[in-house]
Write a protein of this length. Structure first.
Length: 387
């Protein structure tokens, strides 16, 4: 029986059959079950910030699991307190709620919004906030939502323009939830000045500004958090993905008065903030800081962008730092991804006309040179095949 047979027989049909089975990783590379090696420019969808099997993360997780892995939230634990201090320091926030995934961080944000006593929540068209019923309610993709309706009521999706937000806002709006860059939509930037305007509009109407930094956070866009490039202070940010470097963890960080909305017993999670996951996150964020990987994301991102502009089929390059969207002139992104895989390069197509790049933050000259080589070859192949 092949792994494909096993997968098709036993994995829930909610997932499509993958193209490869990966068995091992090291640095910016992974290997499949046939021994083929791949340069990983997706990093588990912006998760493996330190790449694969980074010794700092391996060591921290190994030491923590041999010390104490889980204690429940009836007990405090040192790695959790250390991570709360680290996240509030790095964000400028005041309090942290720990959970296990991005969707769970958004669920916490929805419950936080409910605590304002106001009924409505505004989210953006084409956004992605997760697949659980609450987070799906905010996700601005009707095709994902419709099979599961009815969802959480009083959620409205609007276009990503300042005028649309001005029209939709009112005294009954609890929160506006925004991705600083829409990752799943194909790495789509917000209009210039949008976050600053959203901060101003929500503040004027007493609504929370909640940012989904699940994909943009942990240094990926060239600052610790994408909101810092807009010079604003949000009321809350949802984080996950890169903060754990591959170990499941999520968090909601609140700022100012939003930090007092929950009272004891109103929210929780068995695994949330457990010592194993928080020790992993401390190691990842500590190493990002020690090794200067936020600056590396900014400079390597510029280097990549400059090298991608002008390649065959490339129409535009979007995003910031090491969250890059490549807009193609044709709906051939899946073919480019397939060809890249054959050439030993992992990239992703969030839609038919976009390639998403989210490599580990540790990439250097050698990985960039290899990427450009293989990406150019994949684009050239598909461009010639469709000409
Ligand atoms: C991945 C992602 C989520 C959902 O996170 P999960 O850990 O898959 O639940 C939510 N919002 C954004 C912007 C994401 O990229």
């Amino acid at each position: 029986m092949t792994w494909q047979d096993e997968y098709s027989a036993k994995i829930m049909k909610s997932a499509a059959l993958p193209s490869r089975e990966l068995v091992r990783g090291e640095g910016c590379y992974v290997w499949d079950d046939t021994g083929a090696k791949y340069l990983d420019f997706l990093a588990g969808i912006a998760v493996n910030a330190l790449g694969h099997a980074h010794p700092v993360l391996v060591d921290a997780v190994s030491r923590q699991i041999a010390t104490v892995a889980h204690v429940s939230n009836y007990f405090a634990n040192p790695p959790q307190l250390e991570l709360a201090a680290r996240l509030t320091r790095l964000t400028g926030g005041d309090r942290v709620y720990f959970c296990n995934s991005g969707a769970e961080a958004i669920e916490a944000a929805i419950k936080l919004a409910r605590r304002t006593g106001r009924p409505r929540i505004i989210a953006l068209n084409n956004s992605f906030h997760g697949r659980t019923m609450g987070s799906l309610s905010l996700t601005g993709k009707p095709a994902l939502r419709e099979p599961f309706e009815p969802l959480v009521p009083n959620v409205e999706h609007i276009d990503s323009t300042i005028e649309a937000l001005e029209r939709a806002i009112g005294p009954d709006v609890a929160a506006v939830v925004i991705e600083p860059i829409k990752g799943e939509a194909g790495v789509i930037d917000l209009p210039e000045g949008y976050l600053a305007a959203a901060r101003d509009i929500t503040a004027r109407h007493g609504a929370l500004l909640i940012l989904d930094e699940i994909q943009t956070g942990a240094g990926r866009t060239g600052t610790w958090w994408a909101f810092q490039q807009a010079g604003i202070v949000p009321d809350a940010i949802a984080v996950a993905k890169g903060i754990g470097g591959g170990v499941p963890i999520g968090a909601l960080v609140t700022f100012g008065a939003a930090s007092d909305l929950f009272t004891a017993g109103q929210h929780g999670s068995t695994f949330g903030g457990n010592p194993l996951a928080t020790a992993a996150s401390n190691a990842v964020l500590g190493e990002i800081e020690r090794a200067g990987l936020v600056d590396n994301a900014a400079t390597r991102g510029e280097q990549l962008r400059a090298a991608i502009v002008g390649l065959p089929l490339v129409e535009e390059v979007r995003g910031r730092g090491l969250l890059i969207g490549v807009g193609l002139s044709d709906d051939v992104a899946p073919a480019v991804v397939a060809r890249a895989l054959e050439l030993g390069l992992i990239i992703n197509a969030p839609n038919d006309a976009s390639i998403r790049l989210a490599p580990p933050l540790i990439i250097g000259d050698a990985e960039i040179a290899e990427f450009i080589d293989k990406f150019t070859a994949a684009l050239t192949h598909v461009s010639e095949a469709t000409a």
